[in-house]
Design a protein. Structure first.
Length: 354
């Protein structure tokens, strides 16, 4: 007994769960901040491997901590941090321990999976197979941006993956949205009503597949600045309907449960453009008309390559690392492409008509 007491004294008090979680989260934050300030690796996997051994040790000690009032909150802090660095093994350890000590909190922290282009997280009761189904649809949409527009750059910080958060709700009252506020990642926040599968539209006519395509359009490009949405919200609608139509044609089995194209497609958008707009939607109608005209003039690949050229030249505004372009720069970049050079007059006319 005496011996045991001496040992304890010699080691000092064990750090409590909150301190361990704080240390781990701080190490993740430091690594992400340093990479954001000056990217040093090509991929998030590589970055994740650079987590210092001391942080790994802190996490190992945390998940072995005895029950204590602060343990659940500490585990949540560590779980969130693990997701910020694509540390899936760490996340699983935390999740398993949290499920033992606080099942309610574990449900809120949710489940996660990592794929080469993104980390998907499901909360509030989304199950593994449901999250995998959403991730499959997301992969199809990312393929679409790559194959149709030639766009592969979605990240705020080079090398970091996108984030997708699906949360299970009884009824969808808010549409999916692009959450630009996170420091290192672009995140799409996505309400779903099915725990184990992913189909669209919902019985109430909510277009989740189109929603995914649309939200990624915002990640690719915002227009104007935070005060003046120069495209009047037409850009994400344009990329959304183009991709729903193209992917429905091209992807066969992979889009079996995604039937939005009947209601949301470029063909439908053209029909809408043929109708006179109401007073409120006038400006949006004009930008949408411009985008569809450009689509027909030069094609989506050239539209994507103009944006990529603006990116390479650093011709955009960054607000919290989110890219904002101007329509004037876009016109110039389009006219500088090989296809655009041949259509310069028509491109100028389309912009002038807006
Ligand atoms: Zn939108």
């Amino acid at each position: 007994m005496l011996l045991l007491c001496l040992c304890t004294l010699a080691l000092g008090p064990a750090p409590d769960a909150s301190a361990l979680a704080k240390d781990y989260a701080a190490a993740v934050r430091e690594l992400n901040d340093a990479h954001a300030a000056k990217p040093v690796v090509k991929s998030e996997e590589e970055l994740a491997r650079r987590l210092p051994a001391a942080a790994e040790k802190a996490l190992a000690a945390l998940v072995k901590s005895k029950d204590a009032p602060e343990l659940a909150a500490a585990l949540v802090v560590a779980g969130e941090a693990a997701l910020d660095l694509d540390r899936m093994d760490d996340f699983e350890l935390v999740r398993a321990r949290l499920a033992q000590v606080a099942p309610g909190e574990a449900k809120q922290l949710g489940i996660a999976l990592s794929r080469p282009r993104f980390v998907a997280r499901g909360t509030d009761g989304v199950e593994q197979e449901g999250l995998a189904a959403i991730a499959d649809a997301f992969d199809v949409v990312l393929d679409g941006y790559r194959d149709v527009f030639g766009i592969t750059n979605f990240s705020k910080v080079p090398g970091k993956k996108l984030r997708l958060r699906a949360h299970l709700v009884d009824a969808i009252t808010r549409p999916p949205h692009f959450a630009p506020e996170f420091p290192w990642h672009s995140e799409i926040d996505f309400p779903v009503i099915e725990a184990k599968t992913f189909t669209s539209p919902t019985p109430k006519g909510q277009f989740l597949f189109y929603g995914l395509c649309h939200e990624l359009g915002h990640v690719v490009a915002m227009w104007g600045d935070t005060r003046n949405e120069e495209d009047r919200h037409a850009w994400a609608h344009y990329t959304g309907v183009v991709l729903v139509e193209e992917l429905t044609k091209a992807k066969g089995e992979a889009v079996k449960g995604l039937r939005d194209a009947r209601w949301r497609s470029l063909t439908k958008a053209r029909e809408e453009l043929a109708q006179p707009p109401d007073e409120e939607g006038k400006e949006r109608h004009r930008v949408m008309k411009l985008l569809v005209t450009l689509h027909d003039l030069v094609g989506p690949k050239t539209i994507g390559s103009a944006l990529n050229a603006l990116d390479d030249a650093g011709k955009h505004l960054r607000v919290n690392r989110v890219r904002y372009y101007s329509l004037a720069d876009f016109e110039k970049a389009l006219c500088a492409t090989d296809t655009g050079k041949k259509k310069a007059k028509e491109i100028a006319a389309a912009f002038a008509a807006r």
